[in-house]
Design a protein around this ligand. Structure first.
Ligand code: GLN
Length: 503
């Protein structure tokens, strides 16, 4: 990919600061790219009609000598789960069609304050429930590597936008893998920060004890730059950590430069690398481990016996929390209202609105969650799932006594075909086996591209996980592996993506 859209956010930032290009030019190039390819990719639900005005303002401030942040003037795509005052926020649902928020999500406000230029809102599974973006009420997003395949989910729009060079960086959210799994299937980088590191204020809640906002990009450094903009305490989120965070961009730069793998103890999680994993995913993963080892890392096998129950526990805890969070869509306070013919009671209007406004996956999870929380079944389902969650947290603690980072393939298979799993919820849920444990424990995770599976030529990612608060370690190690692989290949992985019909 050439021209302005081929640049990473870090490259664009240096050109902007050297005044070699203007933000208006960079923004226009990405808007042109969106106009050119998004009919096929459908990464965006809404494209901003004032991005160029925002860019012009940044250019003027730069010309006036204002000291702007590192990413000032760089275009940004925003997952539609994050509320914005100047663009609709639907969370991929019909029930919120056209909804305009009276406030910006904290991460959006911080991005604007840092001078990033919002390009638009990206497609997603409805209320972030899914692994393929096929549960969006507005139609699926297509994987830029193969338009007949899924871009991952729920944040398929943000990952596809970045992979198709429609945006250099994007914001996502990860409740059970929605940043890391789309990164895996699109050959991009995605980070789920430590729970509480990034504000959830204005992120339309799916499961509040699991949700975390994070960056999506084509390089580890770019995710680090965006992470530095959005992280940090927010009084508006009661679970926000008060930590002072080191610079993630600095950690990524250190990893790319140096000898950070020497002596690093890397634990391969046996339970996340076995049956049901595609051969080409496993072989690329083994090769990546060999690269880590050749550069001084110590590879050890780690057992996490309770990870086996993570998917089952998650698919009780998540629907339970979601059923409570989604109760606010009651036809009175937000969005759509459907009145039955001839009128109706408040209950009848609420019921008709939810019937028309929620899609089948959302209804399935509300019913499941309500059941799991009901008086007679609470202990058997929700209570047991919470106990399993504690056991998984203990598995992590025991593993991190032995190793510095844990690794697994980021997902069991490469991108599957659109339509392949949409009628089989269990098959869709099982796809999350690798990503869910980190959410249940609140620890950070990153997915970094490690090559193409030989059998289908589609991207594969490796996931690194670190103890809570050690996000910088992931950037250091992720950037080190990325630099080593790219020097072996002589190119970046994303440069091998098909040019979308020669464009
Ligand atoms: N695929 C998972 C789910 O369907 C992850 C969702 C997410 O991270 N938002 O719940």
């Amino acid at each position: 990919m050439s021209g302005l859209i081929g640049l990473t956010a870090a490259e664009l930032s240096s050109k902007l600061r050297a005044r070699e290009v203007s933000s208006v030019e960079a923004t226009q190039a990405h808007l042109d790219r969106i106009a050119q390819v998004d009919g096929d990719v459908h990464a965006f639900l809404h494209v901003s009609d004032h991005a160029l005005d925002v860019a012009a303002d940044i250019d003027a401030r730069r010309a006036a000598g204002e000291d702007l942040g590192e990413l000032a003037g760089v275009p940004l795509a925003i997952k539609d789960v994050l509320v914005t005052t100047d663009m609709p926020s639907t969370s991929g649902s019909k029930i919120l069609e056209g909804y305009l928020s009276p406030f910006d999500a904290t991460v959006v406000a911080r991005s604007r304050a840092a001078g990033l230029v919002p390009l638009g809102k990206t497609n997603m599974d409805e209320f972030a429930m899914g692994s393929s973006t096929e549960h969006s009420a507005y139609g699926p997003t297509h994987n830029p590597w193969d338009l007949d395949r899924i871009p991952g989910g729920s944040g398929g729009g943000s990952a596809a936008a970045v992979a198709a060079f429609e945006a250099p960086i994007a914001l996502g959210s990860d409740t059970g893998g929605s940043i890391r799994q789309p990164a895996h299937v699109t050959g991009t980088v995605g980070v789920k920060p430590t729970y509480g590191a990034v504000s959830r204020y204005g992120a339309i809640a799916l499961a509040s004890s699991l949700d975390q906002v994070g960056p999506v990009s084509r390089t580890v450094l770019d995710s680090g730059l965006l992470h530095d903009v959005i992280a940090g305490h927010d009084a508006l989120d009661s679970t926000s950590l008060r930590d002072a965070w080191p610079s993630m961009a600095a950690a990524a730069r250190e990893g790319a430069r140096g000898d950070v793998l020497r002596g690093l103890r890397v634990g391969v999680v046996t339970e996340l690398n076995g049956e049901g994993f595609q051969a080409g995913v496993k072989s690329r993963f083994q090769e990546a481990l060999a690269v880590l080892e050749a550069n001084g890392a110590e590879i050890v096998e780690v057992f996490a016996p309770n990870f086996e129950y993570a998917v089952a526990a998650y698919y009780l805890i998540l629907p339970a929390e979601a059923s409570s969070n989604l109760a606010k869509f009651d036809s009175v306070r937000f969005g759509m209202r459907v009145t039955p013919e001839g009128g109706g009671t408040v209950e009848q209007v609420m019921s008709a609105t939810r019937e028309a406004g929620f899609g089948p996956e959302v209804k399935r999870r509300i019913i499941l969650g309500t059941y799991a929380l009901s008086a007679g079944y609470y202990d058997a389902y929700y209570g047991s799932a919470q106990k399993v969650r504690t056991l998984i947290q203990r598995d992590f603690a025991a593993a991190f006594d032995q190793v510095d980072v844990l690794v697994s393939p980021s997902a069991p298979t490469t991108a599957f075909k659109l339509g392949e799993r949409i009628d089989d919820p269990l098959a869709m849920y099982l796809n999350d086996v690798t990503t869910i444990p980190a959410n249940l424990a609140g620890v950070p995770g990153i997915s970094v591209p490690i090559g193409l599976a030989p059998e289908d030529g589609l991207p594969v990612g490796i996931q690194f996980m670190a103890p809570a608060r050690e996000d910088a370690r992931l950037y250091r190690v992720g950037a080190a592996l990325e630099a080593l692989l790219e020097s072996t290949w002589g190119h970046t992985l994303i440069s091998q993506a098909p040019a979308l019909g020669g464009r």
